[in-house]
Design a protein around this ligand. Structure first.
Ligand code: PLP
Length: 359
């Protein structure tokens, strides 16, 4: 069987063990004679799947009891609108602008509320995480929004700002489950599934109880957190297969030792790549050292026009989707939870060879 090391920013690799389990169970789930895809979302078998998925996620992330876990659709992009519509009280929010996804979140929120940018790294093409001066947070703001990991730019918050009584809302699409976090610091955490959770089409929202039930009148039923909270994410047909795969991924993480172990592995993989780039006269990292992501690692070849060739030859050697985002250029290796250490080793070996042939 052919499998490549897939460095795509998303959808991205899933653990082989998960794919194989899903394959084995595909036509006849638990002797039902049906695939999970064919099960009613109100059946006992699916109820067990979604209940177990939630319970595993709660366990992995140590989610306090006063938070709800919602399995919804529409991607993280849908949450850009759902958040202002659910949290709107005074009609304004503070945003930290750390790149393309923060900008999209702001643009969408502006349709519903006043948006204030309280920190930005746009002055340096988003190559660092700006310091958030928490004293300028508007105490009347409905929330403060951050993007904890910037998939395109390869930056990440290493310290979560203390926003006091103003709820902190975090887009964790590209680093959820990659490291231990303290959920109690956040009012809302949201993430599209297609990086560290499972297939595209599922979105996870973790929301504190007191932020549910206050949606503005024009909030569509399907975007209202109360709708999904009251119905156990079964108001309409949820993305059943996505929830099932997410459950398998959560089991996989648990078996490996949980987020502590994930974090150790991810830090080791990232350090290998950053260290190699740092000592090489051929490659460079565009990201400031204290702001680097352990999930998405951009690197460039500054003095040569070799990006196209690098990506093409790498692909031929089973190293898939290393092209950087067009706004950053160069290359980007996304090394989410499912990327084995061998993938990073093979990438570095390839980079060495390429460097030797082109310097
Ligand atoms: N936010 C971040 C940080 C992302 O990386 C992405 C997608 O890559 C999104 C939001 C958009 O997610 P979706 O495609 O699920 O709407």
């Amino acid at each position: 069987m052919k499998r490549v090391h897939n460095f795509s920013a998303g959808p991205s690799m899933l653990p082989l063990e998960v794919l194989e389990k899903a394959q084995a169970e595909l036509p006849n789930y638990k002797d039902s004679g049906m695939s999970v895809m064919e099960l009613s979302h109100r059946s006992g078998l699916f109820t067990d799947i979604i209940t177990e998925a939630e319970s595993l996620l709660r366990d992995l992330m140590n989610i306090p009891d006063n938070y709800k876990v919602l399995f919804v659709q529409g991607g993280a992009s849908q949450q850009f609108a759902a958040i202002p519509l659910n949290l709107k009280k005074n009609g304004k929010a503070d945003f930290v602008n750390t790149g393309s996804w923060s900008k999209k979140a702001m643009k969408e929120a502006k349709k519903f509320i006043e948006v204030n940018e309280i920190a930005s790294s746009e002055d340096a093409n988003f190559t660092y995480i700006p310091t958030v001066n928490t004293s300028i947070i508007d105490p009347e703001a409905d929330y403060v929004h951050i993007t904890t990991n910037n998939t395109i730019e390869g930056t990440a918050f290493h310290e979560i700002p203390d926003t006091g009584n103003v709820p902190l809302v975090a887009d964790m699409s590209s680093n959820i489950l990659s490291e231990e976090i303290d959920v109690s610091k956040f009012g809302v955490i949201y993430a599209g599934a297609q990086k560290n959770i499972g297939p595209a089409g599922l979105t996870v929202v973790i929301v504190r109880d007191d932020l549910i039930g206050n949606a503005s009148e024009q909030c569509p039923t399907m975007l209202d957190y109360q709708t999904h909270s009251e119905s156990g994410s079964l108001y309409n047909t949820p993305p059943t297969f996505g929830v099932y795969i997410a459950k398998l991924v959560f089991e996989w993480i648990k078996e490996l030792g949980g987020l502590k172990e994930m974090q150790a592995r991810n830090e080791d993989k990232a350090a290998m790549l950053y260290d190699y780039v740092a000592q090489s006269p051929f490659y460079a990292s565009p990201v400031k050292e204290d702001s680097r992501s352990i999930m998405n690692i951009p690197f460039v070849i500054p003095d040569h026009d070799l990006d196209g060739e690098f990506v093409k030859v790498a692909q031929a050697e089973g190293l898939e989707t290393l092209k950087g985002h067009r706004s950053v250029g160069g290359m980007r290796a996304s090394i989410y939870n499912a990327m084995p250490v061998e993938g990073v080793e093979d990438l570095i070996a390839f980079m060495k060879k390429f460097e030797k042939e082109h310097q």
